[in-house]
Ligand binder design. Structure first.
Ligand code: G6P
Length: 368
């Protein structure tokens, strides 16, 4: 299949801008949009009911999608989740529960470490569920059930639209698990589905922030280190933000759980290191705000990604604030991923880096 960049300078830019459309596509696969419910019967059919644990493994950005979904499966479906990067999981000789379910997340469906974990899980007689973008891939073929992401071909080495589509599919799976386990009322299902249906519109709004992010990127390009902080579902996004920035701009970046600030990274705070805080106004906002105040008190430079309420209630004056549209916080990471991606993209472009083909990285890592 011939894929071109359309009107964009890079595949990565095109893929960032495709997100409202491909997330909508992915949603249509899992939701009955007219009824505002999950499709019935829900595919893939999985025995969620008697499960004692879900074991998840993946690599890179797909791992961060899994880490976000852990919060959703635990909160919505009361299903305990264990998650590890595939390169660790494959050698841990982890005991797996009888009749357990193992979930693998992969854009390419060919990543060597993820595939090795899948084989281990099979030996341990687990049912294999995979979230993949390539339906003909090895991981898809080796699975008992496949939950597709309909992102279309992703060419940029740094994953963008595959990530938000993975999150979208995982959100739908978490809702399906919750329904099957009886932890979600019909009313709550409708409410959550409405929030999912709103995502493409919110993603389109988030893309409008690009000119602002471009200005911010000029400043960031001067930094040699950047710290990303987040709590709850914003924590995996902080990790993903740092990964994206280092992958394509080669600026050293680290993601941290905001609550861990006092256990180490606070020692790094000075007027040279930007601290990017991902903090929608959710139930944990006040906790993150107090971490921001600790950074501000030490002369740190804060770039805050939040909504209007968060901006009004953060109690500090950040160096820059990216104001996101209002949305329900549960699935907000799907939308907050966009400024994270645009920050990395614009910074790398401003620095003249080869955004689509960053040095030393491969799109699909098929060897160990
Ligand atoms: C590589 C890519 C990443 C991707 C990771 C996992 O490192 O550069 O963008 O997240 O592999 O790939 P997968 O195809 O399994 O999602």
């Amino acid at each position: 299949m011939l894929v071109d960049k359309g009107n964009h300078r890079h595949f990565m830019a095109k893929e960032i801008h495709e997100q409202p459309e491909v997330v909508a596509h992915t949603l249509t696969h899992y939701l009955d949009m007219a009824a505002g419910t999950l499709r019935q019967p829900f595919e893939p059919a999985v025995e969620w009911k008697g499960l004692s644990r879900l074991s998840v493994s993946a690599c890179g950005t797909a791992y961060y999608a899994g880490l976000t979904a852990k919060y959703w499966f635990e909160r919505l479906a009361r299903l305990p989740v264990e998650i590890d990067v595939a390169s660790e999981f494959r050698y841990r000789e982890a005991p797996m529960p009888e009749n357990g379910l193992a979930l693998f997340i992969s854009q390419s469906g060919e990543t060597a470490d993820t595939l090795a974990c899948l084989k281990y899980a099979k030996q341990e007689r687990q049912t294999i569920l995979s979230v993949v973008n390539m339906p003909t891939s090895t991981i898809a073929r080796e699975s008992d059930a496949v939950a597709p992401t309909l992102a279309g071909p992703e060419i940029g080495v740094a994953s963008t639209k595959a990530f938000t589509c993975q999150l979208t599919a995982l959100a739908c799976l978490a809702l399906a698990a919750a329904r099957a386990r009886g932890t979600l009322s019909a009313e709550d299902e409708i409410r959550h589905v409405q929030h999912l249906i709103a995502l493409p519109g919110l993603l389109a709004k988030a893309l409008e922030l690009e000119p602002e992010i471009e200005r911010l990127a000029r400043e960031l390009s001067k930094a040699s280190d950047v710290l990303y902080l987040g709590r709850g579902t914003s924590f995996p996004l902080a990790l993903e933000g740092a990964l994206k920035l280092k992958e394509i701009s080669y600026i050293h970046a680290e993601g941290y759980a905001a609550g861990e600030l006092k256990h180490g990274p606070i020692a790094l705070i000075d007027e040279d290191m930007p601290v990017i805080v991902v903090a929608p106004h959710d139930a944990l906002f006040e906790k993150t705000a107090s971490n921001m105040q600790e950074v501000a008190a030490r002369g740190g430079r804060i770039i805050l990604i939040t909504d209007a309420r968060g901006a009004a209630e953060c109690g500090i004056t950040p160096e820059a604030t990216i104001i996101m549209p209002e949305m329900d916080p549960l699935f907000a990471p799907i939308v907050y991923a966009l400024p994270i991606q645009m920050i990395a993209y614009q910074t790398a472009v401003f620095m003249g880096k080869d955004v689509d083909q960053p040095r030393n990285l491969a799109k699909s890592v098929t060897v160990e």
